[in-house]
Design a protein around this ligand. Structure first.
Ligand code: CA
Length: 139
C-alpha cells in the first residue's frame, strides 16, 4: 500500500504544470462556450442589433432570451460578466457588458451604465450581486 501511494505521489510531482498561456486559452474557450451554451447566437445578434443606438436592459434580456432562462443559466451568464471573479458586477464590468456577447460590440455610455446599475443594485452598494442580477433579468 505504502509503495503504491508513494509512486502515485511521485507521478503527480513529475507531471509538468500547465503553462499560464495554456490555462488562459482554456479559460477563453470556456467563456465562449458558456455564453453560447446558455443563449442562442441568433438571439444574441438580435439583442445586440437592437441596442446599437440606445441600450435598454429589459429589451436586451428579453431579445437575447436570457429573461426566460433558469436560475442556474442566469448564474452562468453572471459569472461570465464578473470578469475579475469578485462575486459582483462592478461599474467597469457593466460598462463593457455588451462585449461579453460580441467582442466588437460598443461600450455603454455613462448614462446607460448608471441606469443599468441603478436598475439592478437594490441594496445600493454600487455593484450587482448574483441575486440582484437574477431579479433584474426576470423583472
Ligand atoms: Ca466583478
Amino acid at each position: 500500500m505504502w509503495i503504491n501511494y508513494q509512486s502515485c505521489a511521485l507521478h503527480l510531482l513529475s507531471s509538468p504544470p500547465d503553462s499560464p498561456l495554456q490555462r488562459g486559452e482554456d479559460l477563453q474557450n470556456s467563456i465562449t462556450m458558456s455564453m453560447s451554451t446558455v443563449l442562442n447566437p441568433g438571439d444574441i445578434d438580435k439583442a445586440l442589433a437592437d441596442c446599437a443606438g440606445t441600450f435598454n436592459h429589459k429589451k436586451f434580456f428579453a431579445l437575447s432570451g436570457l429573461s426566460k432562462k433558469t436560475d442556474a443559466e442566469i448564474a452562468t451568464v453572471f459569472n461570465i460578466l464578473d470578469q475579475d471573479r469578485s462575486g459582483f458586477i462592478e461599474v467597469d464590468e457593466l460598462k463593457l457588458f455588451l462585449q461579453n456577447f460580441s467582442a466588437t460590440a460598443r461600450a455603454l455610455n455613462d448614462a446607460e451604465t448608471k441606469e443599468f446599475l441603478d436598475a439592478g443594485d437594490s441594496d445600493h452598494d454600487g455593484k450587482i450581486g448574483v441575486d440582484e442580477f437574477k431579479c433584474m433579468v426576470k423583472a
